[in-house]
Write a protein that binds this ligand. Structure first.
Ligand code: SF4
Length: 398
């Protein structure tokens, strides 16, 4: 059976698709990039913004239009909170929630090899994502994830070690650990002892082989000093920490339901810099939250500029159904657009400033096979085209 896969959203979702693909292939499925000729189309959706859901619906409609025989399956965060919005598109659309993902192969009639619980290669990618955690119950008033991924789960420690070993043996020189709340990882060892993220990393950096680990994203309260110290003591953990900030204004943080204040964030950034002088700290910033006044936005802008982060992922507030803030009157779209544009401009300035510190220096980059790659501290650099994808190589920052 020819199977087409489409993924929307985060690294955790991309891992879910890749694992589903490996499992269906072990049951005789053949992945194809041509959805018009597929017998089965699997769409793994995202609900973090209204736009992500709209893109998913548009894609499903295209599948329905351009392939009138394939079985169409939609899973992921969208059907986990609004299955009817998808099944109403056509009787041909089958919906499965995130909770159903584990049994999805069986639901689709595939007999899966029992030992396919992890990945041994990540197709079409130089670096491999490894999902080690799932679930979030945080009180963020704008976020739908606690509705779509409510249950905490952590991958057993020996499963993580074996999976990383297999991926490194397959040529992936960089492993990106991912989860919904990566910092809440609490995996069990074979003896039943619980390991937090730092303890897991201690075991990972002790593994043989030429590879390094990148952490996808950590909440500000999940960056303990011991983690910063471990990262400083080894070159097997990338000097790049992506830590969502969302706002630098304490009143806005409070109304968002975020559980820290700007000084807590600043303290963690300074702690990381003390341990790792070349560290890149990047942040998510949500702009245009309904209670964000002009003054609060200017406060956020000024504070981020002064903190000198290495880059931002700025995105406008999106009203999510069923969230606490859904009842708040949203700001005018033009305000969101102006503020997002200004933060993107600030991010470009911060990136240039951060890069400027390293021009002329040597760093280690992961080759992507296209003549480019990322350094450990998240600088985009040129890499000799002859270096195979997935290999770590010394380069000069130009
Ligand atoms: S921490 Fe907050 S923003 Fe992040 S997934 Fe959980 S609820 Fe959503």
């Amino acid at each position: 059976m020819n199977i087409f896969f489409q993924t929307f959203g985060c690294k955790t979702n991309q891992y879910d698709t890749e694992l589903l693909r490996a499992r269906l292939e072990s049951g005789g499925g053949v992945a194809t990039d041509d959805y018009r000729r597929a017998d089965l189309c699997v769409v793994n959706s995202c609900s973090v913004t209204a736009k992500a859901e709209q893109e998913c619906r548009q894609f499903v409609r295209r599948l329905l239009r351009e392939n009138d025989t394939a079985r169409i399956v939609v899973t992921g965060c969208y059907p986990s909170h609004a299955p009817k919005e998808l099944s109403d598109l056509s009787p041909r659309v089958e919906v499965y929630s995130n909770k159903d993902k584990e049994n999805l192969p069986a639901c689709l009639g595939f007999e899966v090899a029992p030992d396919v619980w992890g990945l041994s290669r990540f197709a079409h990618r130089a670096r491999a994502f490894v999902k080690i955690q799932d679930g979030c119950k945080a009180p963020c008033r704008y976020c739908i994830i606690p509705q779509t991924r409510p249950d905490y789960w952590s991958k057993p420690v020996d499963h993580v070690l074996n999976e990383v070993r297999d991926l490194v043996d397959s040529g992936h020189g960089e492993i990106v650990l991912t989860g919904i709340r990566l910092g809440l990882y609490r995996g069990a060892t074979p003896t039943g002892k619980k390991c937090d993220l730092t303890a897991l990393l201690e075991k990972l950096v002790a593994l043989a082989g030429s590879f390094r680990v990148r952490l996808s994203s950590l909440e500000v309260t999940e960056v303990p000093d011991k983690l910063a110290q471990l990262a400083a003591d080894t070159d097997k953990i990338c000097a790049h920490f992506h830590i969502p900030l969302q706002s630098a204004d304490d009143e806005v943080l409070a109304s968002m339901g975020r559980w820290y204040r700007f000084d807590d964030y600043k303290d963690r950034v300074e702690t990381l810099r003390r341990h790792l002088p070349d560290v890149a700290v990047t942040a998510d910033v949500l702009t245009g939250f309904p209670t964000e006044s002009d003054a609060a936005f200017e406060n956020t802008y000024r504070r981020i500029e002064a903190l000198g982060l290495a880059g931002l992922h700025a995105f406008p507030y999106s009203t999510r159904p069923g969230t606490v803030s859904a009842d708040l009157h949203p700001l005018d779209r033009s305000v969101l657009q102006v503020r997002t544009r200004r933060l993107i401009g600030l991010s470009d300035h911060l990136k240039a400033r951060f890069r400027g510190r390293f021009v002329g220096s040597r760093r280690v980059a992961l080759a992507e096979g296209n003549g480019e790659g990322w350094t450990d501290n998240y600088l985009r650099v040129a890499v000799p085209g002859s270096v195979p994808a997935g290999e770590l190589v010394g380069v000069s920052v130009l």
